[in-house]
Design a protein around this ligand. Structure first.
Ligand code: BG6
Length: 474
């Protein structure tokens, strides 16, 4: 994360009255401002269909920060921040609907010294992205601009391809930031530090020593009133094509030749290219009991709220090592972790003795909560005779570092405002992710059911057998 503010720019949030804006974007901009990390000339323009005056927008922003932020909006800093806020009601659908944004931004430039720099954030439902892009192009608002596109980027390969075409008709790839907030998580970025800033792990980070890899993104929350979104999207699109694949590329990639954004992204794309297309017979789609009774969900919905799958990376490093992915809503508890399970010892010295068999060593990267890394191994249990027990070597962020971890959105907004693409997905990357999943999107296995508060359907356990899903002890 760079620590110097970016060049002056006016931020325009499309979908200003939406959930993402309220929960994540506004608190993130406020925190960046408080930390002195927003450009000297900046403004935040809310743009949405809802009619609202500037003063109502300022109140709205304040309430959002109050509810979801870490630093209360008050005193002089807040008064300063509030001066940067303005609101423009408008729509996206009709031709030249954004002409009035031009005039508004010109006056923002004069008042706020934003020097013609533009930072557009698409926080609307995805269906509106193409219209926003077209309108910006028509009204010639695309120069000296960056545009951030929220996930999901399309809903399958053809739609992602179309969206890329729409974007490229107006913006250059260098102006486009496809966001996946998992890349803003410290613990996800630390995967690269762990692998490439240490000499001891990389030599064993391959098929010779690692027998399987698991990535779990378990959520305790349900769909939280997003029935319609979940019906249209489902867990595979919402979570697997995005967050799980991003983590998987960090685990699977080769060392980049440099930390240049495109060198890093080249390596991520290579992992995706090496992955075989997903085999629907190795996918479990689950639905929690009671999902069909949620508002805006159909009574016979086949939408999934859980997915587990086995994938392969056909590369010299990973051939033959299964990657097991699972994620779901309403599971036992929130737990996002990656576990690399090491192969058995070549032979067990203590075979025939009571102490055997030996458990496998594994390395677990705790993405959240209880962020850290654990190496679990066998140790001799103290005392006479020979018995083994398990022990761990642990790194916990909260014990090692005093400051709480920054919000993913703060880091990503800062990087995008600076124009750094390292933590954003590239055109070819999103398209390849959809391509891998296209077989299961085209031919989804029927959903199986699971109880709320469980670890998902039993079919997910069968999928991974004889392995078992790793769950960290708490
Ligand atoms: C979002 C998904 O991208 O990520 C949500 O749309 C999900 O369904 C959320 O709950 C999970 O994010 P985190 O940071 O809480 O793991």
């Amino acid at each position: 994360m760079s620590l110097k503010p970016a060049d002056p720019q006016a931020i325009v949030i499309f979908g200003a009255s939406g959930d993402l804006t309220k929960r994540k974007l506004l608190p993130a901009f406020w925190h960046l401002f408080v930390e002195g990390l927003l450009p000297s000339g900046f403004a935040i323009v809310g743009y949405a269909r809802t009619e609202m005056h500037d003063r109502d927008w300022i109140e709205y922003v304040r309430d959002a920060i109050h509810e979801f932020g870490k630093v209360d909006p008050s005193g002089e800093p807040w008064d300063e921040f509030a001066k940067a806020l303005s609101y423009l009601p408008g729509e996206f659908d009709s031709e030249r609907a954004m002409d009035h944004l031009r005039g508004h931004l010109a006056s923002v430039d004069r008042r706020r010294h934003t020097a013609g720099g533009r930072f557009y954030y698409c926080a609307t439902p995805p269906a509106a992205y193409p219209s926003i892009v077209r309108r910006l192009g028509e009204s010639e608002l695309h120069g000296n601009a960056k545009i951030v596109i929220e996930k999901p980027f399309g809903r399958d390969l053809p739609s992602a391809h179309d969206l890329n075409d729409e974007l490229h008709a107006v913006f250059d790839e260098s102006q486009i930031f496809r966001i996946d907030h998992y890349l803003g998580k410290e613990t996800v970025q630390n995967i690269l530090a762990f692998r490439f800033a240490n000499g001891m792990f990389e030599p064993i980070w391959n098929r010779r020593y690692i027998g399987s890899v698991q990535i779990t993104v378990a959520e305790e929350i349900g769909i939280e009133g997003r029935g319609q979104f979940y019906e249209e999207t489902g867990t595979i699109r919402d979570m697997v094509a995005t967050h799980l694949f991003q983590v998987m590329t960090f685990i699977g990639m080769e060392p980049p030749v440099s930390f240049e954004p495109d060198r890093l992204r080249d390596e991520k794309v290579k992992v995706l290219r090496a992955m075989s297309l997903c085999d629907p017979s190795k996918v479990v789609r689950g639905q929690y009991a009671g999902y069909r009774a949620e508002p805006d969900v159909s009574k016979d919905s086949q939408g999934e709220t859980f997915a587990a799958m086995e994938l392969e990376v056909d590369s010299w490093r990973w051939a033959g090592v299964p990657f097991y992915l699972r994620t779901g809503k309403n599971l036992r508890r929130k737990d996002t972790e990656v576990t690399l399970s090491f192969r058995d010892v070549p032979y067990n010295l203590w075979r025939g003795v009571d102490a055997a068999p030996l458990a496998r060593d594994h390395l677990t990267i705790h993405i959240q909560p209880h962020e850290g890394i654990t190496l679990a191994m066998n140790v001799k249990k103290p005392g006479p005779g020979l018995a083994f027990d398990r022990a761990t070597m642990d790194f916990a962020y909260d014990r090692r570092f005093e400051a709480p971890l920054a919000e993913a959105y703060e880091l990503l907004l800062l990087e995008a405002m600076e124009g750094d693409h390292t933590l954003f997905t590239r055109e070819d990357e999103v398209e390849r992710a959809w391509e891998i999943l296209q077989p299961v999107l085209d031919d989804p296995p029927p959903v199986v059911f699971y109880e709320k508060g469980s670890w998902g359907p039993k079919e997910a356990d069968e999928l991974i057998a004889p392995h078992v899903w790793h769950v960290s002890r708490r």
